[in-house]
Design a protein around this ligand. Structure first.
Ligand code: WT7
Length: 667
């Protein structure tokens, strides 16, 4: 567990606008009713979407945990995000305000504004080429490896329009990680860009994609979006530029949206765990869009004149749900920024808020902590008075960061929450809902579960935990937005989420509930590492390390980091004949970056001669983690050699003194 802040369970803060204020007791009553009839409740929400064909059952629960929402119903995500607005006054409303990161720090800012009409036409043109030239149909999967440019959402919408499935790979992943995910998803077409920009650096996506495709035999074609304009190699039998293949497609071409079943897959998105390969979470169409529709209204309270900004990358689920499908379905004007929030100057993000008059902000605790570290003077240079609502996501928010953000950006008067959810849940499940009812804020809480969601904190036996006692977070009812399965591995889906507490979804988080019934999520209960709010698998780091010829064994664990929450470090045992030397450590760092991607930069590599193991020679990562956190190592009756614990501790303490790695807890 990575949190040891003193949590202010009793501190209550009210937003200035008290229109929707509800005493928490009354909220619980409303919530209870919604949960008691959760199927009817969610059907009421789903009815607000537009369906080609109504469902014949709300929930098919005949084969748990493989639930199907709204079976028999037919709809299309692209139709809901585009056509529905195109046929109204919103045709000329701005859908996406895009701001690019300048190539040259002193160069002009690049801003593109696309109306719902523009987006509609572009998506139709792209869908036309995908279907006519590339033969993409329902049943196919498209891989997307793109920087934060407007073509990214366009591709997702074009795939959805054709009823095809897509799978996004975050642009911070390497060729190997990309190939692994493309193969797992059986993608046959990859859409990428020449390069992306981040902090003035060029990330040569096409070059990485070329390497990945060598190891992804399922891959037939590549489409390249020309973004940066760098020189790239093109294999003319396989690769084409988007602008070339769309050049002769008429502006007003119309591709009829495919009527897909509610329970058809919309996308596959991989998440990491402590064991095994990344898990491809498969999301449906009808349930997923229902949850997004609800949460855009309840949590973000979006209105037609708002500018809404989610600072995530579309490479992660937050971007899928709350940059692309959620906001566009609601007809919102949504801001999309290509680069780093503090580049080229620490006030880039506040300058964006000021220049585009942002009203609703969705960001992460890591971002907030880095803003804090740069100091509020950067914030004061800009007018943030347009902000009327804020939320954070991805990791627990420390009360200090909460108060800082509320004071300096929200002027101590706007609703500000920490929305809990995960790749698996599809959308927000535990959060304040200022668009519906507002209960008092507390710095660091996630608030109560949203209506229709029966969340609970349980002990080891699945019994509801007492208030203020730590337990495991579970969701007790099926919810729209839940995964259909893990791609190609339904057994694993059952095992990971539905076996520990039968009948309930096990999230893998520690949580407490306070006396008001607010949830406080306290971090992962497994050994998953959360770097800047993103899940990084220990397995991926370790398996990359042991592929190196000098490495015999490796254990990756998280250490606390002031800004990113946690960062990974690795303990490594070398093969006979290899000795620890600075060049080797450097090489291993580079090796991991190349195998997994820059997203997986290790903070430190410790060379040790032994690691804590069970008698059956399994590395006890839990013990390694406890040692670096300075916590009691717990039950070690299965430990084979106690001296290994000392060895890990010594290696860690020596380096800690040298470089000043922070520690926490009782350390
Ligand atoms: C894990 C899921 C879905 C958004 C991005 C992360 C942690 C997420 C919060 C929050 C405390 C949070 C949990 C969860 N988490 N939001 N508001 N407060 N913890 O998605 O990579 O699938 O990670 O993120 O530990 O299990 P993800």
């Amino acid at each position: 567990m990575s949190v040891n802040w003193t949590l202010p369970f009793d501190e209550k803060i009210l937003p200035e606008d008290k229109r929707n204020l509800l005493p928490i007791g009354d909220y619980h009553k409303v919530h209870k009713t919604s949960v008691a009839n959760y199927q009817q409740f969610w059907a009421g929400v789903a009815q607000e979407l537009e369906w080609y064909k109504p469902w014949n059952r709300i929930l098919d629960d005949s084969n748990p945990p493989f639930y199907k929402w709204f079976p028999g119903g037919e709809l299309n995500a692209s139709q809901l995000c585009l056509d529905r607005h195109y046929n109204t006054w919103r045709r000329n409303k701005i859908a996406i305000i895009w701001e690019g990161e300048p190539v040259d720090n002193d160069g002009p800012r690049k801003v593109r504004k696309l109306t719902y009409g523009d987006l509609y036409h572009e998506v139709n043109r792209i869908a036309h080429v995908l279907r006519e030239t590339y033969g993409i149909r329902k049943g196919d999967t498209i891989g997307l490896y793109l920087p934060m440019i407007p073509e990214f959402p366009m591709m997702m919408l074009a795939a959805a329009r054709l009823g095809a499935c897509f799978t996004v790979i975050f642009s911070g992943f390497s060729a190997d990680s990309l190939a692994e995910r493309l193969v797992d998803a059986d993608a046959k077409l990859l859409i990428t860009a020449d390069a992306g920009l981040r902090r003035g650096n060029m990330i040569k996506l096409k070059e990485i994609a070329d390497k990945a495709v060598e190891n992804a035999p399922c891959m037939e074609k590549i489409i390249v979006v020309k973004h940066v304009g760098n020189d790239i190699a093109m294999n003319h039998d396989r690769d084409a530029f988007l602008h070339d293949i769309t050049r002769n497609v008429p502006h007003n071409v119309y591709v009829e949206p495919e009527k897909v079943a509610s329970e058809d897959p919309l996308y596959i998105l991989h998440t990491s765990g402590t064991t095994g390969r990344p898990k491809g979470q498969v999301h449906d169409v009808g349930g997923y869009l229902t949850l997004l529709h609800a949460t855009m209204r309840w949590v973000f309270d979006v209105k037609d004149n708002d500018v809404y900004w989610c600072t995530a990358d579309i490479g992660w689920v937050t971007g899928h749900s709350y940059i692309v499908f959620g906001p566009l379905m609601e007809g919102v004007t949504s801001l999309m920024y290509e680069g780093a929030l503090d580049y080229p100057e620490p006030d880039r993000w506040v300058s964006i808020i000021e220049r585009h008059r942002v009203n609703i902000l969705y960001t992460s605790p890591t971002a907030i902590r880095s803003f804090m570290r740069n100091g509020e003077d950067w914030v004061k240079k800009h007018d943030t008075s347009t902000i009327r609502l804020m939320h954070s996501v991805g990791e627990p928010i420390n009360p200090e960061a909460f108060r800082w953000m509320l004071r300096h950006v929200g002027h101590d008067k706007v609703p500000f929450g920490s929305t809990w959810w995960m790749t698996e849940t599809g959308g927000i499940l535990v959060s304040h809902t200022p668009g519906l009812y507002m209960v008092p804020m507390k710095p660091g809480t996630n608030g109560p579960a949203i209506p229709g969601i029966d969340a609970d904190v349980v002990d080891d036996h699945g019994q509801t935990q007492k208030p203020l006692e730590r337990g495991y977070l579970v969701i007790r009812n099926p919810w729209p937005g839940m995964p259909l399965t893990i791609h190609k591995d339904p057994e694993r889906y059952k095992d990971v989420y539905w076996t520990r507490f039968p009948g309930s979804f096990y999230a893998g988080d520690y949580a407490v509930r306070d006396n008001d019934g607010y949830f406080w999520m306290l971090g992962r209960a497994d050994e998953v590492i959360k770097v800047a709010g993103h899940r990084l698998g220990t397995y991926e780091l370790e398996s990359a390390l042991i592929q190196h010829p000098a490495v015999a064994e490796a254990a990756a664990v998280a250490v606390p980091d002031e800004v990113k929450g946690e960062v990974p470090v690795a303990f490594v045992i070398l093969r006979a004949g290899h000795t620890s030397r600075p060049e080797l450590e450097k090489e291993l760092h580079q090796w991991v970056r190349e195998r997994v991607g820059p997203v997986a930069s290790l903070k430190q590599i410790f060379i040790v001669s032994k690691l804590p193991k069970t008698r059956s020679a399994k590395i006890m990562r839990r013990v390694v983690h406890a040692v670096v956190l300075g916590q009691p190592i717990g039950d070690v009756t299965t430990l084979e050699d106690e001296a290994s614990v000392e060895e890990v501790r010594r290696a860690y303490m020596e380096l800690k003194q040298e470089i000043g790695v922070q520690s926490q807890g009782s350390a």
